[in-house]
Write a protein that binds this ligand. Structure first.
Ligand code: SF4
Length: 329
C-alpha cells in the first residue's frame, strides 16, 4: 500500500561536474549530468528512473543517497532537508536510505562472510548490539531474501550472481531503511534470475512498506514492477507519470521511441519501431532549448530556442514538450 505524503522530494536538483583542469588546475569544461530535476516518491511506492546510458539516472541515484553532493537544489526526506546535512545527521540519514548497485561481486567484501557483511551495518547504525541479537537479525534477513540460514557462514564467491544480489539486498535492508535506491540492480543478471530478484523486491515492499527508487534502462522490467516512471534524457526529466500513463499513453517523442524498442505481448508481438536519428549529444555542451531537438522528428525553431518545462497533462502525468498533439509513433 502507498501513502499519499512524499517520503522523498527532489526540488530543482542539479549536478554539474567540472572537468579538464587547465595548467592552473581550473576546470575548462562542465558536464551537465543532471539539471532541474523535480520529483517526489510516496512512501511504499516504486518510482523508476529510465533512459539511455548517460542520461543522468545513476547520477540522480547517487545524489539522492548523498554519494554525490548536488550542485544546487534540495533533497527532502520526510519533509526535512538532507542535501546539506553532515556529521551525526548524515550518519542517521545513511541508515534510512540505502543503495544496491549493479555488480554485487565488487560491492561485497570477498574476505567477509555473509554474516559479517550483514552485521557491519547493524553495528554501524546501532540496530543490534549483542552477538545473539545480530545472529537473530542476520537469520531474519536471510529468510527475507530467500537464502538458507547456513549462507551466513559462507563467502561471496561461493554464491551465484543472483544469490550475491540477494546478499546485497539483505545488506541494504540490515539498517531498516525507509528507501532503497536500486541502481541497475538487476541489469547484469540472466533473464530468469532478473525476474526472481524483481519478484523478491516486490514481495519485500508489500511486506515492509519499503519505498524504492528503481534505476534501469530495461523498460520491460520497469513495466512489471513500477508504480510510477520518470523518463530522463540528457540530464533532464522529459516525462513522468504512473505506469499506465507512460506505458499506455506516453506523449513525449523520446519516451515513445524508447517504448517502441520494448517487446510486447500484443497479438502481432511487436510495436512499430521508432528509430531516432543521430547520437545522444555531449552533456558538456547540451543542445539549447529542448535538449532532444537534435533527434526529434517534430522539432521546430521554438524547440531550439525555448526549454520546455514539465507541465501537467492530468493529475498523474507530466510532459516536457511544447506541443500537445504530436502524431503517435
Ligand atoms: Fe520535439 Fe520540440 Fe517537443 Fe522537444 S519540444 S520533444 S524538440 S517537439
Amino acid at each position: 500500500m502507498t501513502d499519499t505524503n512524499p517520503l522523498l522530494e527532489l526540488r530543482h536538483l542539479r549536478k554539474h561536474y567540472p572537468i579538464k583542469p587547465n595548467f592552473w588546475g581550473r576546470p575548462t569544461a562542465v558536464v551537465h549530468a543532471m539539471d532541474d530535476v523535480c520529483l517526489s516518491v510516496r512512501r511504499g511506492e516504486t518510482l523508476s528512473i529510465v533512459g539511455e546510458s548517460g542520461c543522468g539516472k545513476s547520477t540522480l541515484g547517487k545524489t539522492v543517497v548523498r554519494l554525490h553532493q548536488p550542485s544546487s537544489g534540495a533533497i527532502l526526506l520526510n519533509g526535512q532537508r538532507v542535501d546539506n546535512i553532515t556529521g551525526a545527521a548524515l550518519r542517521a540519514f545513511r541508515s534510512r536510505v540505502q543503495i544496491v548497485f549493479q555488480d554485487p561481486f565488487s560491492s561485497l567484501n570477498p574476505r567477509h562472510t555473509v554474516r559479517d557483511t550483514l552485521a557491519e551495518p547493524m553495528a554501524n547504525f546501532g540496530i543490534a548490539k549483542t552477538a545473539s541479537d545480530i545472529d537473530a537479525r542476520v537469520g531474519h534477513l536471510l529468510d527475507m531474501v530467500g537464502l538458507p540460514r547456513d549462507a551466513g557462514a559462507r563467502y561471496p564467491h561461493q554464491f551465484s550472481g543472483g544469490q550475491r544480489q540477494r546478499i546485497a539486498i539483505a545488506r541494504a535492508l540490515a539498517p531498516n531503511p525507509e528507501l532503497i535506491v536500486c541502481d541497475e540492480a538487476v541489469s547484469a543478471l540472466d533473464v530468469s534470475v532478473k525476474a526472481q530478484i524483481v519478484n523478491l523486491l516486490q514481495d519485500i515492499q508489500q511486506r515492509t512498506g519499503l519505498t524504492l527508487l528503481f534505476i534501469s534502462h530495461d523498460l520491460a522490467i520497469v513495466e512489471h514492477l513500477t508504480h510510477r516512471v520518470a523518463v530522463m534524457y540528457l540530464g533532464r526529466v522529459v516525462e513522468e507519470g504512473d505506469r499506465r500513463s507512460i506505458f499506455g499513453a506516453s506523449r513525449h517523442p523520446y519516451t515513445r521511441a524508447l517504448l517502441s524498442a520494448v517487446p510486447v505481448a500484443a497479438a502481432d508481438g511487436k510495436r512499430q519501431r521508432i528509430l531516432l536519428k543521430g547520437d545522444v549529444p555531449s552533456p558538456i555542451r547540451p543542445p539549447s532549448g529542448c535538449r532532444f531537438h537534435t533527434r526529434c522528428p517534430f522539432a521546430v525553431d521554438r524547440c531550439r530556442a525555448e526549454v520546455p518545462q514539465l507541465r501537467d497533462i492530468d493529475r498523474v502525468h507530466r510532459v516536457a514538450c511544447h506541443f500537445d498533439n504530436l502524431p503517435l509513433g
